[in-house]
Design a protein around this ligand. Structure first.
Ligand code: AMP
Ligand code: MG
Length: 467
């Protein structure tokens, strides 16, 4: 029923903990992602029926080799040697009909040796949030983990108060993180580190040569990913090294959020008091994380001093690679074909005008394509001047239409969906997902409500990990 081939489970046993999920009392289906099931070659009708027990963690499907992955990481810059899947379980790897390999993971599936003081569970809010946001990211064409299904557990999860428990089934190219490498490097387990490196090269970057080639490939993927985040106003919120997937996919949607009004220092996460992971800091933090990745690869290289110099030289290439990726993303948003560094002035000029009045990021770019953006900009005179320069460059309106989403999953709307779901009404959740599956279509009756920016009273200032 599910075609498994579990390559991670064939790595040295000390890299993970084999175990099953903790069963739940009364699983109830919230959603099955039919398009994604088809992509994976899994029968969606089966998933929604007999497969429910698999999605809830009550039954181990044939061919699975469930395990919790071990990892470490830097959290807000501080080293934590003992992380790992504390509330997640890798069921195994699915081979899709086209041969592509995907991790199938349950999130909220009960305690593991890596749970520390946590209960291993998730409540409905973060499960729905990750479902909505990860699927919206995929629909906008960003590299991301996906949501295959969500189920209620029928059990209460205790946070500040009792809340409905839920399990998300997550699909990813892999769940291997910078922190996975860091763990084995820190343990001095060079054999596991080498096995992990070979595994990741074979799985994600078959053209890469050795640790240095891997660093280059991961750096390129991360630069491209962060540029894409910036282009949709996405703020991850917890860019710890354990939340950075080496595959280059967005992973671990916690207190993430999309900006409404544009300002580079926008922060939402309640645990990010210093703004370390603010919108505008994300490229710098990606490089910081890549430096930790490089450090973790060092034990694999001879002649430490020479190796440090070579890896440092690779890392020094990040700003240029990122700037090129960022230019490609923002030039497309302005309809600029074949961009060059000369276009940076146009890009930054608009962003400066938007910052002055905290223009709505999504609405302003969407309005540009219909040449109706001036209402979003505070300084009209400066905008008129900017628009003249932009028009002279000959923007391609079709390129803009497919590069600027009309709608994004806005925080205040996600919160409303969660509130309704907790009260038993999933209609808003399904409506929001359906709308966000076609972000680039001209607005219509079904999508228009999601284009609205929050009113002062609706604005969500803080998001919580709320695990
Ligand atoms: P995060 O930064 O939210 O991805 O989580 C950091 C670490 O905390 C990971 O090792 C998680 O598995 C663990 N964790 C978070 N929430 C829980 C929970 N409710 N129970 C057990 N472990 C958790
Ligand atoms: Mg995490």
């Amino acid at each position: 029923m599910i075609r498994f081939d579990n390559s991670y489970a064939r790595l040295p046993e000390r890299m993970f903990n084999r175990q099953t999920a903790a069963p739940v009392g009364a699983p109830k289906l919230i959603a099955v992602n039919r398009d994604l099931a088809a992509r994976l070659g899994i029968d969606a009708d089966w998933l929604a029926g007999a497969g429910l027990d698999v999605l809830a963690g009550n039954v181990v499907p044939d061919g699975a080799a469930p395990l919790a992955q071990a990892y470490a990481g830097h959290q807000f810059g501080h080293w934590n040697p003992g992380l790992g899947d504390g509330r997640a379980l890798l069921l195994g790897e699915v081979l899709a009909p086209d041969g592509a390999r995907f991790d199938l993971q349950l999130k909220g599936s009960g305690p593991t040796p890596y749970s520390r003081r946590g209960d291993g569970r998730a409540w409905l809010g973060p499960v729905l949030r990750e479902y909505i946001v990860s699927e919206a990211m995929a629909a906008m064409g960003l590299p991301t983990t996906r949501a295959l299904a969500a189920v209620e557990t029928g059990e209460t999860v205790w946070r500040e108060t009792g809340l409905p428990g839920a399990v998300l089934t997550r699909v990813a190219a892999s769940h291997i993180r910078v922190g996975t490498f860091q763990l084995f490097a820190a343990m001095g387990d060079t054999e596991a580190l080498a096995a992990l490196t070979d595994h990741v090269i074979a799985r994600h970057y078959p053209q890469a040569q050795g640790p240095e080639g891997l660093l280059r490939a991961v750096m390129q993927a991360q630069a491209a990913l962060i540029a894409r985040w910036m282009g949709v106003g996405f703020i991850h919120g917890v860019m710890n090294t354990d939340n950075m997937a080496v595959s280059g996919e967005t992973i671990d949607y916690g207190p993430c959020a999309f900006m409404d009004g544009y300002h580079p220092m926008t922060v939402f996460s309640s645990i990010d008091a210093q703004g370390r992971y603010a919108y505008g800091n994300q490229p710098r933090i990606a490089l910081w994380n890549l430096a930790q990745f490089a450090t973790a690869l060092l034990p694999l290289l001879d002649d430490r001093e020479a190796a440090v110099a070579r890896l440092t030289a690779i890392l020094e290439g990040f700003p240029d690679i990122y700037e090129a990726e960022r230019r490609a993303v923002f030039a497309a948003k302005l309809g600029l074909v074949a961009p060059t560094p000369d276009d940076d002035g146009l890009i930054d000029g608009l962003l400066d005008l938007m910052q002055a009045g905290q223009s709505d990021f999504t609405q302003t770019f969407a309005a540009l394509a219909s040449d109706s953006a001036e209402g979003h900009i505070l300084d009209r005179a400066a905008f008129t001047d900017w628009r003249a320069r932009w028009s002279a460059r000959g923007p391609d309106m079709e390129l803009m239409a497919r590069s600027n989403p009309q709608i994004i999953p806005r925080n205040h709307q996600i919160e409303a969906v969660i509130t309704a779901a907790v009260a038993g009404d999933y209609a808003p959740f399904h409506a929001m997902n359906a709308a966000l599956s076609r972000p680039f279509a001209p607005l219509d009756a079904a999508t228009r409500p999601y284009a609205a920016a929050p009113t002062e009273g609706e604005r969500v200032a803080r998001t919580f990990c709320g695990t």
